[in-house]
Design a protein. Sequence first.
Length: 64
Amino acid sequence: MSNKAFHIYNTIALHLLLAFNLLVLFAFGMEKSSIGFSVWVPITLSSVMRGIFYFVQFSRSNKA
């Protein structure tokens, strides 16, 4: 996979993760219940995944 294609796919994945995280937080904000541990774990893990994607993208672009 070329660097340009990798960066495009990576950007799409980052935006999808961000959109789904915001959708989940918005949905729980509309409810009257609080956000429990079972919701924070996937949101936190997807944020960690976003950080890993950013790290991979920038470390890969420096080598090429």
